[in-house]
Design a protein around this ligand. Structure first.
Ligand code: SIN
Length: 534
């Protein structure tokens, strides 16, 4: 490899990527590849907030304990302790950067910012910026990134693969620009902050989520993928078949919202002593069961009893969006359904975001640090983005720059001079079929038959992409191929788990094994599964 394009290449422009860029840029040159449109990814759409022990009335052990309970026995205790312990400093870093968190107006309060509650938390520990926390954090960090002379932003590029040198180390990435020209960016360290895989599903809580492409790029280089079967469904997405995806924050239940069934009854009271504030897997499953029983197609989330003033004060974004869709949430209950929200699994990393591939790191939802176990607790995700971006930065800054051999692209892929133009309608149809298959068979309640059906469909869809001429040498074709591969690996992980735990509920394996074991897959498992039927 000649002179690298930059010291650090960060792929992804959400909270994890932006934080890392700012944390290393005083000492390293950074190239930050961001999506062209602001609506992409998940960070910007996070409403509720960031969980951390901030009030003197709360304590670290309580946050650790709540996280472990939500994770249903599968959390990595070291990752949980590490994240929770570094949480308060990460929040202070954001405050210093100027994030406009909502102040506390109660003079008796012992912390200057308002702290809300969400499912699984036994204390008020969610700091937020009204009900649009992600947007406030992203906008604040982006403004700092734009001012930093050592950060080069690229939002004209679609990354489709990683570069590997002769020793197997990662040394950058390649992709194509808006004119379909291929390019490569080399770097001493490459960091994936590419988001999760909720885009594998038909209904999601954000308009344009990732579909696991980054996870698959890492796998192509030999990285391990962990806990892919634990896909989280947020219990309350606005039921709006003709409108855009829109989350109704868990903070709505945290501030006292009630879930009602078709008969107008609070069904959570009979199911869990934590009622509406039980962890997400429990609430989403209960809503799913109510929907199966009723003719409505959704349940209701009712906050009218909080009063108009409190609703306007706490939830201005939700109020305005629902009003724009013809629902006055001060006067009407909100129709809600569960929707794909967060991938608890991803690229396996250590406490500094390092993967098992030399010089390749993963942070944020792309990564699986072990923090979330079988079910992520509300508002621990932005916390993880911040804590691991900061610890990754420390690791990168303490490492002596290494020299590499000749760069080569992963999986033997040699980009042609010009990317081929593909039949868009065909690719879009395949993607829709994949989403339908995943939503029907690999969602809140799974069965062995459903998983086998999904595997058969997904393999057929993968074949049809491979049969399109030039598909694998064009960015859209390659990304769809990666997405289908990740969907197949997700099904394999679900098939291998012979129990129900956290977000993975199987009607054929309703009980939990006594020992909690994380799943771990690699590209070889995919190859093996594909070869079986050939
Ligand atoms: C929410 O506001 O409910 C989403 C926050 C999260 O997923 O943690």
């Amino acid at each position: 490899m000649g002179t690298p394009t930059s010291d650090v290449l960060i792929i992804g422009g959400g909270v994890a990527g932006l934080t890392l860029a700012l944390e290393v840029a005083d000492h390293r040159s950074v190239t930050l590849v961001r999506p062209a449109q602001d609506n992409q990814g998940a960070s910007r759409w996070a409403q509720g907030g960031i969980a951390a022990v901030l009030s003197p009335d709360d304590d670290l052990d309580a946050h650790i304990n709540d996280t472990l309970i939500a994770g249903d026995g599968l959390c990595d205790i070291e990752a949980v302790r590490f994240t929770v312990t570094h949480g308060p400093a990460a929040i202070q870093w954001l405050i210093n950067k100027g994030v406009p968190f909502t102040p506390e107006h109660d003079p008796a309060a012992r912390y200057p910012y308002h702290l809300t509650r969400e499912g699984g938390h036994n204390a008020r520990r969610i700091i937020h910026a009204d009900d649009a926390t992600g947007r406030a954090v992203v906008d604040t960090l982006l403004a700092s990134v734009a001012r930093h002379p050592n950060i080069t932003q690229r939002n004209d590029l679609t990354v489709v693969g990683l570069l590997q040198d002769a020793q197997g180390a990662c040394c950058g990435a390649y992709g194509s620009d808006t004119n379909h020209q291929w390019y490569s960016l080399t770097a001493r360290h490459t960091v994936l902050a590419t988001g999760g895989a909720s885009g594998l599903y038909r209904h999601t809580t954000t308009p344009a989520p990732s579909s696991g492409e980054g996870m698959m790029m890492a796998a192509e280089l030999g990285a391990r993928l962990m806990n892919l079967e634990f896909q989280q469904f947020h219990p309350t997405c606005l039921f709006d078949p003709k409108g855009p995806a829109f989350l109704i924050s868990e903070a709505v239940r945290g501030e006292g919202g009630h879930l009602l069934n078709e008969a107008g009854e609070r069904f959570m009271l009979a199911l869990d002593k934590r009622a509406e504030l039980a962890p997400r897997d429990v609430v989403a499953r209960a809503i799913d069961a109510e929907i199966q029983r009723s003719s409505l197609g959704h349940v209701w989330l009712d906050i009218r009893h909080l009063g108009e003033q409190a609703i306007r004060h706490h939830f201005p974004t939700i109020l305005a969006h629902c009003a724009s869709r013809g629902i006055d949430i001060t006067q009407q209950a909100i129709p809600v359904v569960p929707a794909a929200h967060y991938s608890c699994g991803g690229v396996a990393t250590n406490l500094h975001g390092a993967t098992n591939v030399t010089n390749l790191y993963a942070i944020g939802e792309t990564a699986c640090t072990g923090l979330h176990g079988a079910n992520r607790m509300a508002s621990n995700s932005l916390l993880e983005c911040l804590v691991f971006a900061r610890s990754c930065a420390q690791a990168l800054l303490t490492q002596a720059p290494e020299q590499h051999g000749q760069a080569a692209s992963s999986s033997g892929f040699q980009p042609p001079a010009q990317a081929a133009a593909l039949p868009k309608a065909v690719l879009s149809d395949i993607r829709q079929q994949m989403r339908t298959t995943m939503s029907q068979n690999v969602s809140i309640v799974r069965s062995s038959t459903g998983l086998s059906t999904a595997l058969t469909h997904l393999k057929a869809l993968l074949n049809s992409v491979e049969e399109i001429q030039g598909a694998l040498t064009a960015p859209e074709g390659r990304r769809l191929h990666q997405t289908l591969q990740l969907a197949i690996l997700t099904v394999i992980a679900a098939q291998q788990r012979h129990e129900s735990r956290g977000l993975h509920y199987s009607s054929d394996w309703p009980h939990q094994q006594s020992e909690a074991v994380a799943s771990s897959l690699s590209i070889n498992d995919l190859t093996g599964a594909l070869e079986k039927n050939r």
